[in-house]
Design a protein around this ligand. Structure first.
Ligand SMILES: Nc1ncnc2c1ncn2[C@@H]1O[C@H](COP(=O)(O)OP(=O)(O)OP(=O)(O)O)[C@@H](O)[C@H]1O
Ligand SMILES: [Mg+2]
Length: 408
């Protein structure tokens, strides 16, 4: 089945669209990447979105407007991905939408809100859309995140030791696929969100990220500031746990910097980069991680990767591309997989990772022009995932007769 995954993460940098051919072979789900594209937010949408996110307050009118404009932007991205990556033959679109609020209280997630009305995607592309994947896991007692953990656990099965998948998005999250502490997944803390916020604040909005870590490379870590940041109680909380802009935002940064006078921008960036490296490395160590497979925009920051390698003290770091999944679009591929599982009526969560009571079939379905893709009956859940570099399969999407083992 040709599936398009759409993702816009905490950084609000762009919409990632990834296309994959997905099928079931025995006990394995086979994912053949067809390519991925990055689609800029149109006009002033990104500015409008950032202005509405925490710590700002907003209005229902603004929420309605964002839901509509994001839905239309996601529709344009899906349409482009269908034409450019799927030769117009995509069968399913899976849209994460834009997280606008992740409601946590005392370590529990009470609700999570992703905007980007899927009707616009179906109306423009004619395809069935699976959207709103997080709330079902929350309703089942989970954190609703990190949902990429389902892909990681299947994908890294059979790798020796305790492999750790790391995503350096706005927030950093890890999946410990197996080993003495796994499976386990959680947000370790900020990856790029505080770096981007600091750059915006310190350059008066002239820049929106520390390109190639140039500022951090020119600065010195300010130990007292790092100690203050590391005292954040979130880091000591037990997993499963998730976080976002509700905690790590511009107001948080201003409070942290209070009393440090005129710290040069370079030193602030060096310190925040070290904070990400330290908190990730501490999490990997606590989980007994034997290797780190990294993805996300943070892998394009050589200073962050170098500091992480130092903090990991010998635990090797490789990028997910080495294992076949493009690091810039891994989350979009993960959502393509989750929607595919939904189309088969299969659960898309690992309860040990999200903290849910049960694995659940995720999402809401907006039927396409010809109705949703026919659902084969009794496809047992796969137990592993193989990324294929070969040509995508042709012919029937998957064989419902194949007998495979149980999930998770
Ligand atoms: N060349 C670069 N140098 C430094 N940082 C970069 C570079 N390219 C990208 N980034 C960082 O990566 C961020 C985007 O990463 P990504 O798209 O993975 O995050 P995201 O959208 O928050 O995703 P998610 O929350 O789903 O993981 C940018 O905001 C920027 O901070
Ligand atoms: Mg992004």
């Amino acid at each position: 089945m040709r599936v398009i995954g759409l993702m816009s993460g905490t950084s609000c940098d762009a919409i990632d669209a990834a296309a994959a051919d997905l099928g079931i072979e025995g006990d394995t789900v086979v994912l053949t990447p067809l390519g991925d594209i990055e689609c800029a937010f149109p006009g002033g949408l990104r500015r409008e979105l950032l202005a509405a996110l925490p710590p700002s307050s907003t209005t229902m009118a603004a929420v309605c407007r964002l839901d509509t404009l994001l839905g239309q932007a996601l529709a344009a991205a899906a349409d482009r991905a269908d034409r450019e990556l799927c030769a117009g033959e995509a069968e399913l679109v899976v849209s994460h939408g834009q997280t606008c609020y992740h409601w946590t209280e005392d370590g529990r997630v009470r609700g999570t809100l992703q905007l980007g009305q899927p009707a616009w995607i179906t109306e423009r592309t004619g395809r069935t859309v699976v959207s709103d994947l997080r709330p079902r896991d929350v309703a089942a007692g989970g954190q609703g995140a990190p949902l990429v953990s389902a892909l990681d656990v299947l994908w890294l099965r059979g790798r020796p030791g305790a492999p750790v998948a790391l995503n350096l998005g706005g927030i950093a999250n890890i999946t410990v696929a197996h080993g003495a502490h796994g499976p386990l997944a959680y947000d370790t803390g900020p990856a790029n969100v505080l770096l981007d916020t600091a750059v915006r604040e310190l350059t008066g909005g002239r820049a929106d990220h520390d390109a190639d870590g140039a500022l951090a490379a020119a600065g010195t870590v300010c130990r007292p500031l790092l100690d203050r940041l590391l005292a954040e109680p979130y880091y000591a909380r037990p997993a499963p746990k998730t976080t976002g802009r509700e905690l790590f935002n511009a107001a948080y940064l201003r409070t942290a910097l209070a009393g440090f006078g005129h710290l040069p921008a370079e030193d602030v960036l060096a310190t925040l980069t070290e904070l990400t490296a330290r908190t990730v490395a501490d999490a990997v160590r606590a989980a007994g991680g034997t290797e780190v497979i990294a993805s996300g925009g943070g892998t394009r920051n050589p200073v962050l990767l170098a500091r992480l390698a130092l903090a990991l003290d010998g635990v090797p770091v490789r990028v997910s591309d080495e294992l076949g999944l493009p690091s810039g679009a891994k989350e979009a591929y993960a959502f393509a997989l989750l929607g595919f599982l939904t189309a088969l009526g299969l659960p898309g969560t690992v309860p040990a990772c999200t903290g849910a009571r049960h694995a659940r079939v995720l999402g809401s379905v907006t039927p396409g022009r010809g109705g949703p893709p026919p659902r084969p009956w009794d496809v047992p859940a796969p137990v592993r995932l193989r990324v294929s570099r070969g040509a995508p399969r042709t012919g029937p999407s998957q064989d419902p007769q194949i007998g495979i083992g149980n999930a998770y």
